[in-house]
Structures are given as C-alpha cells and as structure tokens.
Design a protein around this ligand. Sequence first.
Ligand code: BGC
Length: 886
Amino acid sequence: MLAVTRLTLNQESALSGVQELPVLGWEIESPRRNVRQTAYRIQVSHEKSFDNILLHSEWQQCEHSNNVTLTELMMTSSQRYFIRVQVRDDQGETSNWSSAAEMISGVLYPHEWLADFISGEKPADKIHSAGTLLRKSFVLNRAEEIQSAFIHVSALGLYELHLNGLKVGEDALTPGWTSYHNHLLYQTYNLTGYLNKGENVLGAITGAGWYKGDMGFSRHRNYYGEQTALISQLIINYKDGTQDIVVSDESWKAHDSAIIFSEIYDGEIYDARREVSGWCEKGFSGDGWRPVSLMTHEKSTLVAQGSNTVRKMEELKPVQMITTPQGDTVIDFGQNLSGWVEFNVRGNAGDKVVLRHFEVLDADGNVYLDNLRTATQRTEYVLKGEGEETWHPHFTWQGFRYVKVEEYPARLDLTNFTAIVLHSAMEQTGYFACSNPQLNQLHHNILWGLKGNFVDVPTDCPQRDERLGWTGDAQIFCRTASYLMQTRNFFAKWLTDLRYDQTPEGGVPHVIPDILTGHCEKDRLLSEGGTHSASAWADAAVINPWTMYLMYGDTKVLENQYASMKGWIDFMTAHAENHIWHYSLQFGDWVALDAKEGSYFGATPNDLTCTAYYAYSTQLFAKTAKVLKRDADFEHYDALHQAIVRRFQEEFFTPSGRLAARTQTAHILALYFNLVPEAFRERTTDTLVELLNEHDGHLVTGFVGTPYFCHALSQNGRIKEAWNLLLKDDFPSWLYQVKAGATTIWEHWDGIKPDGSMWSADMNSFNHYAYGAVGEWLYRVAAGIEADEEHPGFKHFIIKPLTGGGLSWLETRYQSVYGAIGVRWEVSGKEVSLCVKVPANTSATLVLTDGEALLEADGVDFIRNTEGFSAEIGSGEYRLKYHVAD
Ligand code: BGC
C-alpha cells in the first residue's frame, strides 16, 4: 500500500518557532519497485483533528516530495499549525493522508515584540558571572477558556526558563551563540495546559555565557555586552479569539541565584544554601527582590530558532573508578564527550562536591589537565544538607571522559554519577558497520567527534579555552557531518552568522561567531596576520552552503548565502595577482607532519594551497550561480574558474608534468580539485603514491590534505592504496589513534606518541573532528552512496560500492530526506553479494566497479562498460551477485 510515512518541515519532524514558511519533505513507502510520485496535495489546519481546514491545496501534478514550499499559507504569530500530505503514484494509487507535522509560528514581525529586554544585573556586574533570578507573578481569570499558550524567549547571555516551579522545555545553553548584535535567536515553547486559574509565576535564571563571559584563548570578557538580560513574551490565545499577553517589562523582579559563578571554560560554582525556595511558585512573597532595569537591544535581530537547540541527548554511566598512582580518585565514563556530570549526594550543609573534568590520563596513568590550558573545567556544589541532593551545572559545559573527584562528602558510589551528553539536537542519518572492528571504532569516534563539537556552533574542540567556530574545521568536516546527521538547520544558522560577521570587503573571519577581531593583540600569530581570510578556512563560506545543497537539495541556503559566497570569491580576486592568490596569515596544511620540527605549518606552499582553494570555491560558486539562474554571474565566475585553473597549471606544473611542490597535500589538492592537466593526471597520481611509499604508506598531511587523501587515490584508480591508507594502524594513521584507545578524533596524529609522551600541551585536543573528515569516504566511496549534483538531495544518486581492504562485509544506511538508502556488500573470494535499497520517488545509477560477471541481476538491466556494469534503477530493494576481476 502506498503511504507517506514521514513528513518533515525544514527536514525536521516539528518546528517550534517559525518565522518564514518552512519547506516540506516526505517519505513515501510502497511494496512496489520504481515508485514515482505524480501528484500531491496538502492540508493545513490549526487542529490536529483537521476539523477546520485552513488550506486545502488542489492536486499538484508534481514529482517533488522534498523542498516543497507552502506559498499560499498566510501565517499569523503564535499559532499552532498542523500540516499533512497525500500523494498519488505513477500507477494511480493514492495514499491516505499522512500523519501531521506540527509547527508553531513565532513572532512574525518586529513590531509585535511588546516585551523588553530586562536585566537583574547592574553595570558593575560586568566582571561577574553569577546567575540571576527573574520573576513575574500574574493572574489568569479565564484559564479554562485557554485555547493555546506559547512563550517566545531569548536572552543576552544564557537563560533557563521556569513556569510555576518547573523548568520549561529540555533545552540547555539557550539562546545559543550567534552574532548577537545582528542575529539573536529566540526559542518558542508550547505552554498550553501548564497555566493555572489564578496566580501563575514565570521565572528565569540568566547567566553570562558567550555574551558577557570570559572567552577566547586570549581571554577577554564582555565581547557583546556587560549585563545579562531576558526577553520573553507569553501569548495566551482564548477560545473566543481574544488574547492575553504577559511580557518581560519593568514589573519583573530580580534576585541573586545560587549560581555564584558560571563560565563556559571554567565551570560552575553553586551554593545550594543560597537557593530561594519557592521563588517560581505561587504564593511567594517576593519581599526583598530588586527591580529590574530595561536594556536596549535591536528587536529586529530576533529570529525564531525552530529546531536544533542544544539539549540532553544521551546519558552515560561510569565504566570504572580509578585511583591514580598520584592518589587521585577518578571516574571514567569510557567516552570522551561534551556535557555535564549529574550526581546525587547526601551530606551536611556546607559540604562540597568538587569535580575536575579532563580527557586523558598521562603515560603514568595520572590526571592530565595541561591540554585544557587556562580552562579549569571545574564544578563545585555546596550542599544545603537536606536529604538527597541532585545537581548538574547550568550555564557551562565540559569536554571530558574522566572526572577527578576533588571533594565528595560521602562514600563514592558510581551509581550516583551520570554523564549527560549535550549537543545540538539533530537526527542521526548515517549508520555504518563492517567486518573490521577497528574501522567501526573509527566511525564511532568520528560520530562522537561530531556530538562533542556540534554544541550550538561547530567548535574545533570542546574542552580547552577555545571551543570556537573555526571555519576551517567546519569546512573540512561538513560533508562527513552531513552523512552522519541532518545538519541543514545547524549549518544554515552558523552560515547566517558567517554572513553577518564577514568584513565589508567579503573577508571571512577565522572563527564564527567572530570574537577574535579586535582581541588578538597579544596572540603570537594573529596579531601579525589578522583575524580573517585564510584559505581553506574562509572557504567555508562557499563549500558549506554548496554541501547543504548537495545533501538536502535545498536552494534556500544557497539563496541566503549567495552574496556572502560571492563576497568571498571577490575578496580573493581583489587580493590575487594574476590569479595566484595569497593573503596575510595562512594556516596552510595546518599541523601536517611534514612541518618543520615544532611548527604548526605544513610544508605545502601557501600560494599553492590558496590558489587551489580559490579555483575550487570559484567553481562551486559558478555552479551555485547556475542553479539559481544568475546567468551573468555564472558566465563570469565560470570563466574566472577556468582562468585560475590555467594559471595554477602554468605556475605549479613544469612543462613535463612535475608538480612543483613535492608534498602529499599538493598532489591531493591538485587531483581532487581537478587542477591537473589531463595529460599529467597519471604522473601526478603516481607521484602521490610515491610520496605515500616514502613514508611506508603513511600520510603526513594536515587539515588541508587529509580529508581528500583517500578520494585522490580512489578517484584515480588507486583503490588498493586508498584502502591501505585508511587501514594503516601504526603511527601516523587514523587507526593508530583507535589502537591507542581513542573514543573521539585527535587534533594531532601524534597527540599521544608511540612512546606514550604527548604533543605539547599548548594545543593537544583529543576531541577535534577535523581528521574525522575521512568519514565521508566510508559513505561516498566504500559504501558508494554518492550525491548527484544534477539532482541534489538524493533525488537521483549514485551507488558505486568499492569493496576492498580485506573486509568481508560492510553495511551502511544513510537516511536521506526521501528515506533510507541502504548498501550492504559481502565479499567471498571473487564473489560479491550486494543489497541496495533505493527510497520511493528516487532513482539511482548503480555501478558494479570491476564487475566481471553477473551472477544474479534481480531483474536489473545492466550494461557493461569500462567501469564494470552499470544500470539505472528505481526505488526498491535489490539483491545482486557478481564476480569481480582479480
Ligand atoms: C584550532 C584549530 C583551528 C586552528 C587554526 C586552532 O587553535 O583548534 O582547529 O583551525 O587553530 O589555526
């Protein structure tokens, strides 16, 4: 039976807070093969029952089941909408109505914000990082007539919202980190059913967070402002169509909270003896509470977040307790993660629990804190002494696997400790397993690198005094991240900030949101070289939106980022000389092993890296112009791309085809970015293999070369070498880390050296996703699930598995917006058994690489070609068997 099994709004199952109409997508299921949608219709209602229909579209004769816009719906603020869809297929079968997806509209127009930003702090508090309580009591006489109630909330700083004694929602670290003066997110919560007749109390705790806290590796406070503030607007819709509105204003009152210190890097100090009992409950007197002051912040910067808030995603229990040789008591959670430790404790008033969070034990098995640099990652809880107390921090998070227990007033029982894993809520879309357990662990580590670092912004690392949205890291890892999780909204948010923080000339800051500009006078590198526009880093401006388009087929991100993308290309052009681009401080092939002893800068020359990326980004931008039908731009940038490539070839290749820079990374970039004259492709590939062999099959690449190494080999016929590189397990390699017990990806190949010593503490993160960028090779090449840029979002795609590496089987599932794409292969001698799954309303080109003889075709019409066998297939599951050449 034909059915719509899932309906999404901006690829999410629900949106809480919407300002612009979302795009719709749905998954179709049918027992038939080759199912294509021929028509759909949509209904929208305020009610789940759809008793009253707001919008009922005619049947649209259309094959699209993704990125469908709801153009005719006129939204109003603070309303609930239910949307459902019905489809018809190419056999004339009609589905039932799907179950409904729900969205709540936000505050659609700035003038509808009646609330003000209110602060319970004073200007003198700019040096403090305490939590502040805010409260408002209000009376509702007609509670039984409430139809719905929604609250829209944001803060300068961080906030936790409470209503009638309970925390509202499950989010943490709201409103997240953005370019606050341009773009401040608010969250929307559904309070229907939570309001009482008579007195109600809204409360909030605000904290310093990114807004006014002590941030950045050169440690400055007050990047965005000096006082925390809250804005909240509660809309109560009554059945008779009237509304009550309760807003943050001067009638609110403030008080100090039990959070006496809370900082993102340094943790939290909480004195439970200072808790104000009943502060957010009715009947509370409020005596001694101080007035709040109004703060100014442009309300047009407020934007509904809708989804992807940071929240508790998982819980982990400790795996062991350790007493170190130095006598410290350490709890091991078995997994490097970002989040909090929550504990239960009993003791006397004034007793303390003090925890230090860290990533690794040193060679002797002792607590290793040095790589945290100035971040103390310390939490302190002072007991009130009233039975069992349960606590976790509020306005901070820690990157850790281990916790050193510095104080605990009772016998340590591990069941009292839980690690709460926090990250931006995203649906996991990539699943991988194979016959090689080390490779499975590598995939696990890549996934946890993502979990640990997608905490509202894509951070480089979650533990030391950094945790910044380094553009290079986010660029390198973007494709891998987008196989593993649904990243569309996460990156769309971050790219909005990139756009806002760009320099007027189109330069792209090294970190987004940008807190480096104007604050790096003491930094050895950045004070000399500036804080923006490094090749491969700044190219996130182009590569990330393009990746969103490839993976989700959505042109919205491209449209929103178009001027930003163009700005970046024009910046490079303005600073290029005869198409060779170079500018100020470059990170180059950052932390490559071919760097000079003690240096972070790899051996590949900067003008080569810069010009290679200039060509690549210009090509992607030209493609973007074509997609968006900006014809004049397409012609201009397409010609520019060709000119850069010609110049690259002139400058960096000798007439007989030698690439001037004899580094692995130079060859990888030239091959992967298609900068090699066709006649020299083989020679370039051979030299890359030579360079690999010179290191006994090991990579010596850094941030720039590593992500594409396996691709550069496998795309050029060196499949065996690609697999061997992936599966190397001695130093330096991906599996070396796995063998060393890593549970996430390390920043350095030699984070922990074979002799147990560490890379210098000044920059040695053990949760740095950049090198995890090899993950995309597992999905795109080993499983062979590859996007087709002519039909993005996997409307049509390529399945071209590449067996090898001695693996006897491999299984991957990628949850595309149309449904799950599955690939499973099994190898036995020359025989390959392959199962593939193609979602309804999509199709794929199936390529059996090196296929020599077909044993079972499962009804598929293959043609033989130079690659092996290939066929066009529609939706359905296929089981095939073939022989591969030796
Ligand atoms: C970060 C990197 C980043 C780099 C740029 C480091 O401190 O942790 O991942 O890309 O700086 O140079």
